[in-house]
Design a protein around this ligand. Sequence first.
Ligand code: EPZ
Length: 421
Amino acid sequence: MDKFIVKGKTPLRGDISISGSKNAALPLLAAALLTDEPVRFSNVPRLQDIYTFNNVLRVVGAQVQFLEEQNQVHIDANNVNYLEAPYDLVRKMRASFYMLGALVGKHGYAKVSMPGGCAWGPRPVDLHLKGLEAMGIQITLDKGYVVAKADDQVSGGSFRLEPSSVGATINLILAAVLRAKSFRIENAAKEPDVVQLCRVLNEMGARIEGAGTDTIHIQKVDKLTGGTFRNDPDRIEVGTFMIAATMHPDSHLRLLGCNADHLGNFPELLRQTGAQVSIDGETIEVKAPEVLQPVSITTGIYPGFPTDLQAQWATMLTQANGHSSVTDTVYFDRFSYVPELSRLGADLKVEQNKVSIHGPSKLEGASVMSTDLRASVSLVLAAMVAENSSEILRIYHLDRGYESLEGKLNAVGAKLTRAQE
Ligand code: EPZ
């Protein structure tokens, strides 16, 4: 397994180009199964999760070409003939569960493994299954697999998501587009990932209204055409690097190829720490403050503070001058990074779904363990402002969600080396 050796304490200065969004690309890959015509996606990041999803598509019979140098994926699902997504692939990546909606939506049958849990606890799919049943799709469980069956046209109707779920919204859209006469999703997720999926499906001929609002209304069409589409930039990567730029007083980064419309009030929150944040089209510039002010946050569903930036924000607060807290209302136990930050000398503690932080802490290099994607990148942020060397173990978590992270950070002054554990 790979590890990072990180030499602190380094300021970050220069330009970083933002990659395509992982979480926006994955539903697009599933949507390619809804047409018999070739589909091409550009700005797809070279990440483990994309390779995994490409393999899931190949298992069911789609032809998939990943032109890595161009960050393009070409998919031809004309010969899909095997309507199952196996456990050993689905357990690797929860988003494979989108195969359920796509396969039953296009073919009227799907057999997909229940997804595993993940580092920070159970992640249920009850809303996906209840929503599909509300649509008129027959759902049965068979030894850890979900079997979905649907007539050519199902009754449709409506279903309210409680809580609002990104994955459930996506799965229900994929199932309904070709199959449900009329289907309404209440309390639908509003993430840009969902808005992009609906925009692309509509360009392929679907009839979806209300993307980005509380209620999404889908009306059945008989077929979808193919096409070429560009994937959004990764808003979580943008937020991660904006935070990185505040943690050393001499840091100053320009992030290129961003979409600031996807960031909600995150830039304003970051300004409250004293950081200078300027947005000019697709370029976001962040200059660190002399002294970081503590700014407490609570995560929420979009457009609230993203849970995927919770660990990074808490890490930044270890360097802020005073007390603060981070509360996660989306995932109540997504704090596995806290004991690792303590090993670096940070002063923070978790009570239920809230971490309280006292800063600034002088961080000292140590050996720490990645536990999940966003926790791992937070350890990199901390190690870059710790004195002396740190080693970050099990960075395969990072490789799932950050394209060439060491290349990007070393180009702006970090000292990361990848080595064998
Ligand atoms: C997506 O996961 C993202 N993954 C996650 O990013 C992100 O953290 C999450 O949305 C929240 O923003 C992808 O897009 C591939 P949810 P998803 O269904 O769809 C509860 C990363 O770091 N829930 O919106 O699985 C659930 O327990 C990953 O890139 C149910 O109760 O998240 C949670 O509390 C990690 N029943 C809340 O909804 C269900 O059937 C939000 O989960 C489904 C979800």
